[in-house]
Design a protein around this ligand. Structure first.
Ligand code: COA
Length: 378
């Protein structure tokens, strides 16, 4: 192919993918000063003007001429805003890579650019397009998810960045796949009710979370928690909430004091991808010791339930049925279930491991979306 004459221009109503020009050098150089760009890509650091000149006048034209890399400039709002490239692999499977200037982010530009590039790849006879990102690059993962990439896996140390191995996410889309999101990527809505705020966990919750999970009663009833529960366990829990949301597995709220925003506990709705029943969910919770005995958890669970039964199209979790389990002897937890209208459905014998190696019975509860719930208009 000849550069730039043979570079196809791809466009939708908002974004145009076109051949790069030397006029892109300065904006490309500026975009590459961004710490996020340096953190998540393999561009040289520090990034000099000469790096941008080399990229635009040598690397990009050579890629088109020998067919090893098809890189387009992303034109948005009348300006160069980033680059997206397709890297044909061995025949009909290749990779996509992308990056956009900080000023253009959060407007859906990259999702549009990705859809255009992927459609072009399939027109050119590709069977599959692969996306890779370093673990933790949530913005890139969401772009890929929105454009229909699927079957995400994590490859430990699968990537290399400036000589250092990094864990990598890989997902792909095939020619016959619908270019639409697969599965749910949940959000954590802020819910305020009766002296309780439910919100997403934040890094600053780690210390209170550690205290709550080291508490003897929490340790007794949640025997799966590490003992002792350390700050890094708390930080790991907070970080893993993002994965829960992105994979569609569950939603966890931090229960916070509405005045101070201090962490009071946790309520989660999880198992949302249950293999047998995709309309169910399980409710779980724990409270910080200094927040117990004043109805905080009953209120928090009420908020979580309301969201769980709200249809997906209205921003909720679209659940039909919720289940809840409390160990024999954990009367406070059983009370929270009953106060919220759960029905006691039975007793699972020797189902809950104890810390001493024994097993306790579990009390099972359920709640249907059609049930009358205390304190709600249902
Ligand atoms: C990743 C990147 C390409 C996204 O570009 P963009 O134009 O903002 O993408 P879009 O606006 O199309 O979509 C971004 C989505 O990610 C979401 N997002 C961004 N940061 C997020 C985060 N930390 N956690 C969860 N979602 C996040 C946005 O909310 C948006 O989703 P929404 O439209 O549903 O709200 C851009 O941030 C970038 O260039 N980063 C640096 C380079 C890079 O990481 N390249 C990819 C290497 S694999």
């Amino acid at each position: 192919m000849r550069f730039p004459e043979d570079v196809p221009t791809l466009a939708d109503d908002v974004v145009t993918l076109r051949a790069h020009t030397v006029a892109d050098t300065r904006p490309a150089y500026e975009a590459c000063q961004d710490p996020e760009m340096q953190r998540w890509t393999t561009i040289p650091v520090p990034y000099e003007l000469g790096n941008a000149e080399h990229f635009l006048t040598e690397f990009v034209p050579a890629g088109w001429r020998d067919g090893s890399n098809w890189a387009w400039a992303i034109e948005y709002d009348g300006r160069y805003s980033g680059t997206i490239d397709l890297r044909p692999g061995d025949g009909d499977v290749g990779e996509v890579g992308f990056a956009i200037a900080p000023w253009a982010r959060g407007n859906g530009v990259m999702t549009r650019a990705l859809r255009l590039a992927v459609a072009h790849a399939f027109e050119q006879g590709w069977e599959r397009v692969t996306w890779r990102a370093y673990v933790g690059n949530w913005g890139s993962r969401r772009v890929a998810w929105k454009a229909g990439f699927r079957n995400l896996v994590t490859i430990p140390a699968g990537g290399v960045q400036r000589g250092v191995r990094r864990d990598e996410w890989v997902a792909s889309i095939a020619r016959d796949d619908v270019p639409e999101p697969q599965g749910n990527w949940w959000r954590v809505p802020v819910i305020e009710l009766d002296g309780v705020r439910l919100r997403a966990f934040e890094g600053s919750d780690a210390k209170r979370l550690m205290e709550a999970c080291n508490d003897p009663r929490t340790q007794q009833w949640l025997a799966g928690l590490p003992k002792p529960y350390q700050l890094e366990d708390a930080e790991g829990f907070i970080e893993s909430r993002l994965e829960n949301l992105a994979s569609g597995e569950g939603v966890s709220w931090a229960i916070a004091d509405p005045d101070t925003d201090e962490l009071l506990g946790n309520v989660s709705v999880f198992d949302l991808r249950n293999r047998i029943d995709k309309t169910m969910g399980e409710v779980g919770y724990w409270a910080h010791p200094d927040a117990r005995g004043r109805g905080v958890m009953s209120t928090a669970v009420r908020g979580a339930i309301g969201h769980a039964f709200t249809p997906v199209e209205d921003g909720g979790l679209g659940r039909r049925r919720l289940v809840l389990f409390a160990a024999d002897g954990n009367t406070a937890s059983q009370r929270v279930a009953e106060v919220n209208g759960f029905t006691r459905t039975g007793r699972e014998r020797a189902a809950s491991p104890d810390r001493d190696g024994g097993f306790r019975d579990l009390h099972a509860f359920d709640l249907l979306g059609t049930d009358q719930r205390p304190g709600s208009n249902r």
